[in-house]
Design a protein. Structure first.
Length: 84
């Protein structure tokens, strides 16, 4: 559900504008264009994999996934490296 929001809005509602512009630049520069969006979504989940797996309650898990783009903005370079 949340990755659908990330893909349709291209992270515009979930990240600071500076990070969104950087991501959009990568999306446009990639030869596969928006196929890269799915890779970024998966990379965001993988960066918080251990935390996601350790969460037992569904409500807490939903809150964690909802906040996920906000928590990876400090490591945008790491997110992009993992996406490639």
């Amino acid at each position: 559900v949340f990755s659908f929001r990330w893909c349709t809005l291209l992270f515009a509602q979930d990240m600071p504008l500076q990070d969104v512009v950087c991501l959009w630049d990568c999306f446009i520069a990639d030869p596969l264009r928006f196929g890269f969006v799915g890779h970024v979504c998966l990379a965001a989940l993988m960066l918080r994999r251990e935390e996601l797996l350790a969460t037992k309650e569904q409500v807490a898990l939903a809150a964690l996934v909802r906040r996920l783009p906000h928590t990876v903005t400090g490591d945008l370079d790491g997110l992009l490296r993992r996406s490639w």
